[in-house]
Design a protein around this ligand. Structure first.
Ligand code: FAD
Ligand code: SIN
Length: 522
């Protein structure tokens, strides 16, 4: 079956929803999303969105903080572009119906602070900013007649003809059929790949699909070795992926070890508000030193009512697990949180393939460099979704071409799912154990050998059996894991989030990594 649209948007997080709303005044838009419209990392975002909103703050200061966190690897043009457009992105969200928390006394927006920021500049909706953004934008999208939505539809591969993107093959999860979607422009807004790690703050869908699709289509990827580990995820066997926002540290929470002693000052003068790479490595070192499986985050010295008001979601969730955060320290560990690398784009989200755009976490615009500063991600989603929409409206390729149907004539239905379940677990454990917060040549080389075997098994399966949604995700996850490992091996220094005991120093020259099918061996 063939569907035609002006613009196909793959993904319905902050980036995809913003792009759809910005395009729909002129063009017909089709959003596909592999689950429901609001199943995304965006929905789970807690702390807020960074932008220069306070009178005493300046764009130069936000730019400087972002460049410092990025450890020499940011593209200053992209940083400037994003931050200079920050205020208008926030105004756009407010005009789109997003309600942010205000100060009681003044009616101004309340701004909180997070690691690496030298000012209070995080606008937020209590501790559930993502839910507010996602629900508000989704409601607006649902009312717009120019936007069609296919939920439970999963992009399998992009359709490339004569070096131009012409749409995508999309798997209908309910009917278990592959559709061909033809589009003048295609936008990858598929989020990140943190699910490659066993422990992550991300929802299940973060399997790096857009990055894998782009790779197979011939896109250039950049900086895939920089995986951000959030320092504080709730440590409890049943607390799957629950994040304890950095905003707690912004409001004075302290990290403590099992003896109840604060330890951050031994690692960095900025203590709890050092950039994330530093805080995560410090926690990792402290856990290794003491032999414990977690550390604690303690905000119990603050006023009980203030804690409950600022962090209602976190208060409620922790209580479900038996921790009253107004009295008890919270057990926490670092977990994979954000993919700083991705599909390389220009300031319009344009990739190196014509008619193909990438926005949000799946892209690498140059904003984050070697380490993303807290709350710069949602900002990037909105700013670059808007610029890509402008570019698509100016450059739409409206030529309609015939697309081949998906060919499943050479495959049979798989009788069992064990290959998928086993390799899903094996990949995620391998990445956690061998390609984690602290890396080494030895572990990376072992990971390279192991992932090659998994990769070959998965590709063999792909050639012989019908696809399913779990298998599509596994295939992407394994490819992205392999790309991360190769990228990490190539970087012979420690910079930002990539720390290796074999090259602990920073090289003099900061060079973003670049990988594509053309310059990689597999
Ligand atoms: P997502 O929001 O991840 O959306 C991706 C979309 O693509 C989903 O709809 C998904 O279903 C769809 N999709 C994926 N693959 C396919 C496919 N093959 N076919 C069809 N659809 C597909 N950032 C901040 O700036 N501030 C914060 O406070 C903050 N807090 C966070 C807290 C948590 C717990 C997490 C996990 C992240 C947080 N982040 C925060 C990071 C930020 O939320 C994400 O980077 C951002 O929301 C990504 O938005 P996105 O639109 O790029 O992708
Ligand atoms: C948090 O609230 O700690 C997450 C913020 C972010 O990832 O930007």
């Amino acid at each position: 079956m063939l569907i035609q649209t002006d613009v196909l948007i793959i993904g319905s997080g902050a980036a995809g929803l913003t792009a759809a709303l910005e395009l729909a005044d002129k063009l017909n838009v089709l959003i596909i999303s592999k689950e429901t419209l609001v199943d995304s990392s965006t929905w789970y975002a807690q702390g807020g969105i960074a932008a220069v909103l306070a009178e005493e703050d300046t764009t130069e200061s936000h730019i400087k903080d972002t460049l410092i966190a990025g450890d020499g690897l940011c593209d200053e043009k992209a940083v400037r572009f994003c931050i200079e457009n920050g205020k208008s992105a926030i105004d756009w969200l407010i005009n789109s119906g997003v309600t942010f928390t205000k100060n009681d006394a003044t009616d101004d927006f309340h701004l909180t602070q997070e690691g690496g920021h030298s000012h209070r500049r995080i606008i937020h909706a209590a501790d559930a900013t993502g839910k507010e953004v996602s629900d508000s934008l989704a409601a607006k999208v649902l009312k717009n007649k120019k936007i069609k939505i296919l939920e439970n539809h999963l992009a399998v591969d992009l359709i490339i003809k004569e070096k131009k993107c012409r749409g995508a093959y999309v798997f209908d999860k309910k009917k278990e059929k592959v559709l061909s979607i033809s589009a003048g422009a295609t936008v990858l807004a598929t989020g990140g790949a943190s699910k490659v790690y066993l422990y992550t703050s991300n929802p299940d869908g973060a399997s790096g699909d857009g990055i894998a699709l782009a790779w197979r289509a011939g896109c250039e990827l950049s900086n895939m070795e920089f995986n951000q580990f959030h320092p504080t995820c709730l440590y409890h066997p049943d607390a799957k992926s629950f994040l304890i926002s950095e905003a707690l540290r912004g409001e004075g929470a302290k990290l403590k070890n099992y003896k109840g002693n604060q330890f951050m000052e031994r690692y960095d003068s900025r203590k709890e508000l050092a950039p994330r790479d530093i805080v995560s490595r410090s926690i990792d070192a402290e856990m290794k030193k003491t032999g414990n499986d977690n550390v604690f985050l303690d905000i119990s010295h603050k006023d009980t009512d203030e804690i409950k008001k600022a962090f209602p979601t976190i208060f409620k969730k922790c209580l479900e697990f038996g921790f009253d955060i107004t009295k008890d320290p919270i057990p926490v560990v670092p977990a994979a949180h954000y993919t700083c690398g991705g599909v390389k784009t220009d300031l319009d989200g344009q990739t190196n393939i014509k008619n193909l755009y990438a926005i949000g976490e799946t892209s690498c615009t140059g904003l984050h460099g070697a380490n993303r500063m807290a709350s710069n991600s949602l900002l990037e989603c909105v700013v670059f979704a808007k610029s890509s929409a402008r570019s698509i409206k100016l450059n739409l390729d409206s030529k309609i071409i015939d697309l081949p149907d998906w060919d499943s004539s050479k495959v049979i239905r798989a009788g069992e799912n064990i290959v998928i379940a086993h390799n899903w677990d094996a990949t995620r454990r391998l990445m956690w154990d061998y390609v984690g917060v602290v890396r080494s040549n030895n572990r990376l080389e072992m990971a390279k050998e192991k992932i090659k075997l998994i990769f070959e098994e998965v590709e063999n399966f792909y050639k012989n059996f019908e696809i399913s949604s779990d298998f599509i995700e596994l295939r992407n996850l394994v490819l992205v894991a392999r790309i991360i490992i190769e990228s990490a091996i190539k970087r012979k220094e420690s910079r930002g989030l990539h720390y290796t005991v074999d090259y602990p120093e920073l090289s003099e020259q900061a060079i973003p990594s670049s990988l594509s099918k053309d310059n990689m061996e597999f």
